[in-house]
Write a protein that binds this ligand. Structure first.
Ligand code: PEP
Ligand code: MN
Length: 344
């Protein structure tokens, strides 16, 4: 850590800062320039961060040298984390093909969509049973019944399932059915929920909040990991932009940036990022080319009847075409995508 003193800081103030740091069991290196004094702190930075050094008079700025997300950072682990979702690997050269409807609607619909996406190469089936809707009057999801349908369908087609949990009181219930637990954009900073999910050992799909910085996202991953659950996969799903042309603003640069800062896998969700089926394929491929460890896409076989997010759903045929392109691109960039055999 580096502490920069104000230009008019007195010798007493400098000494006071030094004393406070040494009381914490850390060492200091004082460097006096012609305008400013800078104090280098040597030792465990976390101890110094706990103390509000910035509040000491004469201190201008406190600059940590290590990122605050200790477990999620590249410094903590050089090699990429590979998350195993019931046999499907994500990260370290392995890609996830997550696909399915926004919401679980009924067994027949789920079966038709699952048949189509798994045939096209999806290796994780998605579907929301608890839906975070902006309006309390919009479709809220089937609840536990939806979880059962998703589980049965995943088992039938031999694919793991991912579904969202919104309520810390339902984590146990969702974990009973799901192979991977999704934390949605709206809950990325629900710290009680993150802590609860961190206490399970289920893989977590952590979506970036719509106004969250990359550091916020990594701090939320840190919440999960600090509870003992290291199986976190991040998801770039677009952030709020000013242009109504797309639902959100797809931040493709977040992919290589996260890879620089963290060892955790990151997938892209061009469905929520753009909200537009005509833009999803290009953004999915851009995400993969940027280094994403997977692609998360909403697919529906009758979007006009979908109970949630119909306008952004790809038709099964569109998904199949995109999936074939993603498989080809993966080969070019040396990534593998596990193919799961159908059970029926
Ligand atoms: C979803 O995956 O259907 C969803 C609600 O996503 P997000 O949290 O990214 O909006
Ligand atoms: Mn959705």
């Amino acid at each position: 850590m580096i502490i920069i003193l104000k230009s008019h800081a007195t010798d007493e103030q400098v000494q006071h800062v030094v004393d406070r740091i040494e009381e914490l069991g850390l060492r200091t290196h004082v460097s006096r320039g012609s305008y400013r004094t800078v104090i280098g702190v040597i030792g465990d930075e976390a101890k110094a961060l706990e103390s509000p050094l910035r509040a000491i008079s004469g201190v201008e700025e406190v600059i940590p040298v290590l990122p605050p997300y200790k477990l999620a950072s590249r410094e903590a682990q050089r090699e990429p984390t590979v998350v195993d979702v019931a046999g499907v690997k994500i990260g370290g050269g392995h890609m996830a093909m997550i696909a399915g409807p926004c919401a679980v609607e009924n067994p027949r619909r789920m079966d038709e969509i699952a048949a189509a996406v798994t045939t096209a190469g999806a290796n994780i089936l998605r579907g929301g049973a608890f839906k975070p809707r902006t309006s309390p009057y919009a479709y809220q999801g089937m609840g536990e019944e939806g979880l059962k349908i998703l589980r049965d369908t995943g088992d039938k087609y031999g694919v793991p399932i991912v579904t969202e949990v919104m309520d810390p009181r339902r984590v146990e219930l969702v974990a009973k059915y799901a192979d991977m637990i999704q934390i949605g954009a709206r809950n990325m900073q629900n710290f009680v929920l993150l802590t609860e999910v961190g206490q399970t050992r289920k893989p977590v799909l952590l979506k970036r909040g719509m106004s969250a910085t990359i550091e916020d996202l990594l701090m939320s991953a840190e919440y999960v990991m600090s509870q003992g659950n290291p199986h976190v996969v991040l998801c770039e799903r677009g952030v709020k932009g000013f242009d109504k042309a797309t639902r959100n603003l797809f931040d493709v640069a977040a992919v290589p940036q996260v890879r620089l800062l963290s060892h955790l896998p990151i997938v892209v969700d061009p469905s929520h990022a753009t909200g537009r089926p005509d833009l999803i394929p290009a953004c999915a491929l851009a995400g993969v080319a940027a280094g994403a460890d997977g692609v998360h896409i909403e697919v529906h076989n009758c979007p006009e009847e979908a109970l949630s997010d119909g306008p952004q759903a790809l038709l099964p045929q569109q998904y199949a075409e995109l999936s074939a392109q993603i498989f080809r691109l993966a080969e070019v960039i040396g990534k593998s995508i596990s193919k799961l055999g159908r059970k029926t």
